[in-house]
Design a protein around this ligand. Structure first.
Ligand code: FPP
Length: 245
């Protein structure tokens, strides 16, 4: 399949669990953080390829609310990556017309990390191409609970009635409400490194996503690996619970 054909059937919203950085580094006899650094380069390349293939939103799992359990130096290193990423890559993202967005809880994230993400969001705010949405300090179950709490408080304030609460209204209370309405839920979710689970990533939003698992470790994920995933996706038959026409 050529790149042009892939473009025509590309997922609008692609979500990626970038897994395997630690194993990649350890396999090379290097410290785990070496893998995270290589993972950052893979992210930049994948963002550019994904946009070239027609993806409108790319959401990546950079740090989960469960990742705080890792050794403090590793957490510190991952939290420093956005600073590095934006310093190095914002000019490229601007050249590529890519806009940065973030989902996840700001509370607990170091100030310097937030500052550089905020700066990147401001610096790329006028870009009209793909949205690179970074899930940082993100946890899907907490996101759903927060949405429930916020809806309950709207009901208590008599701003909405129970009868008003539809899936669409609920989705307006999720963190992905910052995305264009048509592209809020991933069409395709990729997880690298051979693990077959979602790990609390976008549990509501992936209800009808196509899932693609590859043995490739994230730092090795390249244009060819992305094209293969898109090719498999293009052959999937999405029925959303209906039947084939
Ligand atoms: C999972 O691999 C990866 C992470 C928890 C961190 C991912 C972060 C990046 C790729 C860089 C993000 C860049 C920005 C701009 C925020 P793992 O450490 O769980 O690997 P393992 O399963 O082999 O141990």
């Amino acid at each position: 399949m050529t790149s042009k054909e892939v473009t025509q059937i590309a997922p609008n919203h692609l979500a990626i669990i970038m897994d395997g950085n630690g194993r990649w580094a350890q396999g090379k006899g290097k410290p785990r953080v070496f893998g995270h650094k290589a993972g950052m380069d893979a992210l930049q390349n994948t963002a550019i390829h994904a946009q070239n293939r027609g993806v409108k939103v790319l959401t990546v799992y950079a740090f989960s609310t469960e990742n705080w359990k890792r050794p403090a130096p590793e957490v510190k290193f991952i939290m420093s990556l956005p600073i590095d990423f934006y310093e190095k890559f914002v000019p490229t993202l601007n050249r590529e017309n890519i806009r940065i967005a973030m989902i996840g809880t700001r509370q607990g994230v170091p100030k310097a990390t937030l500052k550089s993400i905020d700066r990147a969001m401001v610096d790329t705010a006028n870009n009209t191409g793909m949205i690179l949405n970074i899930a940082l300090n993100y946890g899907g179950q907490a996101e759903i609970l927060d949405a429930v709490k916020s809806l309950i408080s709207d009901v208590q304030a008599e701003q909405v009635t129970l009868a008003d609460i539809t899936s669409e209204v609920f989705e307006n209370h999720l963190t992905t409400a910052i995305l264009p309405t048509a592209y809020r839920n991933p069409d395709l979710l990729i997880r690298t490194s051979g693990e077959h689970r979602l790990s609390n990533f976008l549990p509501w939003q992936t209800a009808y996503s196509e899932l693609y698992f590859t043995e490739t470790l994230w730092p090795d994920f390249d244009e060819k690996a992305l094209d293969l995933a898109l090719e498999v996706y293009a052959q999937r038959d999405r029925r959303y619970g209906g039947i084939k026409k």
